[in-house]
Design a protein around this ligand. Structure first.
Ligand SMILES: NC(=O)c1ccc[n+]([C@@H]2O[C@H](COP(=O)([O-])OP(=O)(O)OC[C@H]3O[C@@H](n4cnc5c(N)ncnc54)[C@H](O)[C@@H]3O)[C@@H](O)[C@H]2O)c1
Length: 266
């Protein structure tokens, strides 16, 4: 049962691949809270994924777009404004992929062409989305833009490899574009730094299961689930957080403030 926190709001949700995707839960919660949305993912992901099911369930149209392609992003936001009947109130960036991790390249032996691709998909796509929204003036005043991040942007988690730098870049884009969007039309831009979560992207990281358990024990509240992350995104899209911008917000059950936990020493 929703509380109409997003009643009358229009949004675009990227990155829902299957039921495990964080974006999948965010889409469900946004609609439950009264929003109307469009869904988007890379054309290739639409072939493998189950997005049609989510689209049916949420009454949303799917607009394919490779988030590294400016023309496709322009079309995505123009069509979304048209379909939803006006400028957007919120946008979720929930996109990440590392070519070097996928191909099991060690951090001390990275392929730089693959690294460029990783940055483009995982971080520069966020700037591209915002630049497209900016140029089309597609965001409503007091709108909210959120991207999902991970604490490897601040601390070293060796197996996360070049995704650490991707997330550092992503968070920096949120601060820099947050300035421009804030001063022009009071739009806020934040990143949510989420706990390890069992999804396609998450499980691609080496040793994910061991790490998931470690983080769960280290966090006083345990790992934050994707459902809880969806709740937090709803809050950030709602009018209850109008003055929060240019922040990286930890949604991690307390993990980021811990030094040592007796639960680990066991
Ligand atoms: N799972 C975790 O442990 C975890 C933790 C913190 C942050 N995150 C972040 O959450 C976000 C969502 O990931 P997830 O864990 O839900 O996994 P996921 O695999 O379900 O989602 C990643 C999405 O990125 C999409 N994508 C990849 N390349 C794309 C492109 N070129 N254009 C458009 N879309 C593209 C994929 O199709 C997929 O839907 C990512 O940014 C991820 O880094 C995940």
């Amino acid at each position: 049962m929703g509380n109409n926190l997003l009643k009358g709001k229009r949004g675009v949700i990227s990155g829902a691949l299957d039921e495990n995707s964080i974006a999948w839960k965010v889409a469900e919660r946004c609609v439950e809270e009264g929003a109307v949305i469009t869904l988007t993912n890379a054309p290739v992901a639409l072939r493998f994924g189950e997005l049609n099911k989510l689209a049916e369930q949420t009454g949303a149209e799917i607009i394919p777009a490779d988030a590294t392609n400016m023309d496709e992003l322009d079309r995505l936001f123009a069509k979304s404004v048209e379909i939803l009947g006006g400028p957007l109130d919120f946008v979720l960036h929930s996109i990440g992929m590392s070519v070097n991790v996928r191909k099991k390249k060690d951090y001390t032996d990275l392929n730089y062409e693959w690294m460029q691709k990783t940055f483009d998909v995982s971080a520069i796509s966020f700037h591209k989305m915002m630049q497209s929204l900016w140029k089309q003036n597609a965001m409503n005043d007091w709108g909210s833009i959120v991207a999902l991040s991970y604490i490897a942007a601040q601390r070293t988690f060796p197996d996360y490899s070049e995704m650490a730098e991707s997330k550092a870049l992503l968070e920096s884009f949120a601060r820099s574009f947050g300035y421009h969007f804030g001063t022009r039309n009071k739009v806020r831009v934040n990143t949510v730094s989420q706990s390890p979560t069992r999804t396609t992207a998450g499980s691609g990281v080496k040793g994910f299961d061991e790490f998931f358990t470690y983080a769960d024990k280290m966090s006083p509240l345990g790992n934050a689930s994707s459902e809880a992350c969806a709740d937090y995104c709803v809050l950030l899209f709602s009018d209850l957080t109008r003055m929060v911008t240019m922040q990286n917000l930890y949604h991690d059950g307390g993990f980021s403030s811990m030094g040592m936990s007796p639960a680990i020493l066991g």
